[in-house]
Design a protein. Structure first.
Lengths: 365, 332
């Protein structure tokens, strides 16, 4: 079903040797740390995953879990345009189509941005330059990577606007972002990201700033375009509903690390991490009548400066007191295979988790 | 865009009329209510009553207020005729009256001195824009560096040192010490190079003060803009950093700088009193300073109106540039 299993053993473990992987995108032990006055913020602390072309990976987690930092890290946007002395500390490996990005020449990575990998941002109003027309911004994106004259680029921009469903694209191409509605702006943003046929598209909460009615349209659009262009898509969200619709695989992040990862249906129907249970419990669902109340995940996200030793979720975990065999609490649980291509990082034994899920959690959802 | 321009022009015209009325009221009506006799200050302290009466009649000071306002207003656009005390004087439009002291018409005095001030303000503006903005951008990009700290210390001193200190210091060094300049003003009509040479010190001194402010504003604005989402988008497109800064960030940074420039230029054109006095430039500022000392109302009034007009025009230009830069403004 997915190609994840090819080098599945490497998941969650720091890789020492670094041969070019077979996967289209492979992230190995990515760490993104930011020095601040209060200490080192470990926004992403050892993340590994793979993604093939034509597949969609959903990265899920609450605010501050490191989702966006991961995506900006892949794009190389932590190092580009960093001014001042406090620079992000990034380590690990990011392989895109046989090229390792973190050790590559920054100008080479810049040339890949927009052409090989593109990004859609959360709030299209602030992500588009207010002083330039939509057309000018798309034309610019195209002409960075294609040596064509403005007329050709403009035709291409109109074509893209038409493709993403903007009515009268030949007129709207000269509109400014503030003259578009929120949904239209996000469509324009998508048109701009896809103008160079990138093979990797990262959508960072693409529907969060939009009306609920428009959200589904945008998600449909992303799915259709992915089929058409055959690109790999990473969709970042805190909304499980979004990934349920789009993702082939789901990666659940907590405190800068992956706590559960697997095929979408496995993560939805046989989740093996208490945090994933919490996310599912806090998701409103119309198809279950008996559920009259959402079950929130109690507590707040962990400090990324003083990450709790052992399991980062421990302070909020309702099953922290479940007796566990052969476990040192101060040791961080590593990802272990809990099913076919399905990993979770929890100190409880697999049997315990299976029992809790089927007996206590699943009936309540 | 055209509609925006027309609206702005119309608003400026209305503003101008209001300014003329308000300024006239302040200078001619307020003294009247305060019991100060303008005719007396025209003639002088030991005047005989008949002369005072003549002046009062000639200047129309005994007329009802509305007709005084009207006469003044008409004078500016159509000229006016003063008659009384036995003689008749025609003052061609634009008529701002006659100096109480020299009895010269005010308008030629203004036109005489205006180019000096305009040259000073524009020349300095070019300098401070180039250096201030460049220093600000560099500081923003190298924040925390030695350059940034150094530039901001210089900027702070620039903001806090008054013109009459830096100006006198510059004069002491370059005019009296090194004798690079002779410290005399050469009119532009006499010789361009002479004028240019005589303006270098005033330009640099004035620009130093403003460049300091502009550097600080530019630095702060640029740092804020660099954190904007659309700058990240520009990078995500694969743009070179030079283009990200020079095109995307710079265009947004220009907005507050333009606002400041409009107000500063307007105010300076109305008279850079300190600079002109320090460097003995025969500009509007010096004229108004002398006029204030001599209670020469018509000159003060004339300069005030020119100042207002300059601020008005400068702001009009800024408004138009604003609309060119920021499309959202065109709707407002």
């Amino acid at each position: 079903m997915t190609e994840l299993s090819k080098t599945g053993a490497a998941v969650g473990e720091p890789s020492t040797a670094s041969p070019a992987p077979s996967a289209f995108l492979e992230v190995r032990d990515l760490k993104v740390h930011f020095p601040t006055d209060d200490g080192l913020v470990k926004s992403v602390d050892g993340l590994s995953f793979q993604l093939e072309k034509g597949k969609t990976l959903g990265i899920v987690g609450e605010s501050g879990s490191g989702k966006s930092v991961t995506s900006l890290g892949i794009m190389g946007l932590h190092t580009a345009g960093q001014y001042g002395k406090r620079k992000a500390q990034i380590s690990g490996e990011i392989w895109l189509d046989g090229t390792e990005l973190l050790s590559a020449d920054p100008d080479h990575v810049r040339k890949l941005r927009g052409r090989e990998m593109a990004m859609i941002f959360q709030d299209p109003l602030s992500a588009l330059h207010p002083y330039y027309t939509i057309g000018a911004q798309i034309v610019e994106a195209y002409r960075i990577h294609h040596k064509v004259d403005k007329k050709t680029a403009r035709r291409r921009a109109i074509e893209m606007l038409d493709r993403v469903g903007i009515p009268q694209p030949d007129k709207r191409v000269d509109s400014y972002p503030h003259e578009f509605s929120g949904g239209m702006r996000q469509r324009a943003m998508i048109a701009m990201s896809l103008v160079n046929n990138p093979e990797l598209l990262i959508a960072d909460e693409p529907t969060t700033a939009l009306d609920v009615t428009v959200q589904a349209q945008i998600l449909d659009l992303i799915r259709d375009l992915q089929k058409e262009f055959g690109s790999a898509v990473i969709i970042i969200t805190h909304d499980l509903g979004v990934v349920a619709e789009l993702a082939d695989d789901i990666l659940v992040m907590y405190g800068g690390r992956c706590v559960e990862r697997g095929p979408a249906d496995k993560v939805f129907y046989e989740p093996r991490h208490p945090y994933t249970w919490g996310l599912l419990g806090s998701m409103p669902r119309l198809d279950r009548e008996q559920q009259d109340r959402l079950i929130p995940v109690k507590g707040s996200p962990p400090s990324l400066i003083n990450v709790p030793s052992g399991c980062a979720f421990n302070p909020r975990c309702p099953y922290a007191d479940v007796p566990k065999d052969n476990v040192t609490r101060t040791v961080r649980p590593e990802l272990t295979e809990v099913g076919s291509q399905h990993w979770a990082a929890c100190h409880m034994s697999q049997e315990q988790r299976e029992r809790i899920w089927t007996e206590e959690i699943a009936p309540k959802l | 865009m055209l509609a925006y321009l027309i609206r702005r022009l119309f608003a400026a015209a209305v503003m101008l009329v209001v300014i003329i009325l308000v300024v006239f009221s302040i200078f001619f009506l307020v003294p009247k209510w305060a019991g100060v006799d303008i005719a007396l200050s025209f003639v002088g302290k030991q005047a005989d009553p008949a002369a005072v009466e003549g002046v009062r009649e000639k200047l129309g000071l005994a007329e009802p207020i509305y007709s005084q306002v009207w006469e003044f207003f008409k004078g500016i656009f159509a000229g006016r005729t003063y008659s009384g005390g036995g003689d008749v004087t025609h003052c061609a439009a634009p008529c701002f009256g006659y100096s109480f002291k020299s009895e010269q018409a005010v308008w030629p005095v203004l036109t005489d001195r205006f180019p000096v001030t305009l040259g000073l303000a524009l020349g300095a503006a070019v300098l401070w824009l180039v250096f201030g903005v460049a220093a600000g951008v560099l500081s923003a990009l190298k924040r925390g560096s030695l350059w940034d700290r150094g530039a901001m210390v210089v900027a702070l001193s620039g903001v806090s040192l008054p013109i009459y200190f830096t100006g006198l210091l510059a004069s002491a060094i370059f005019v009296f010490g090194l004798k690079w300049f002779d410290g005399r003003y050469v009119p532009l009509s006499d010789s361009f190079s002479g004028w240019f040479g005589s303006m270098i010190l005033p330009w640099v001194t004035l620009a130093f003060l403003y460049a300091a402010m502009y550097a600080r504003i530019t630095r702060a604005t640029m740092m804020e803009i660099l954190g904007e989402d659309y700058i990240r988008t520009a990078r995500a497109k694969g743009l070179k950093e030079q283009v990200v800064i020079g095109k995307h960030a710079m265009r947004s940074t220009m907005t507050p700088i333009l606002t400041m420039l409009g107000m500063d230029l307007g105010a300076l054109i109305g008279g850079a009193i300190l600079t002109e006095t320090t460097f003995s430039l025969p500009g509007l500022g010096q004229a108004v300073l002398n006029a204030i000392k001599n209670q020469d109302l018509p000159i003060i009034l004339g300069v005030t109106l020119i100042t207002s007009l300059a601020v008005l025009i400068a702001n009009l230009v800024v408004d138009v540039l604003y609309a060119v830069i920021d499309p959202r403004v065109r709707l407002a």
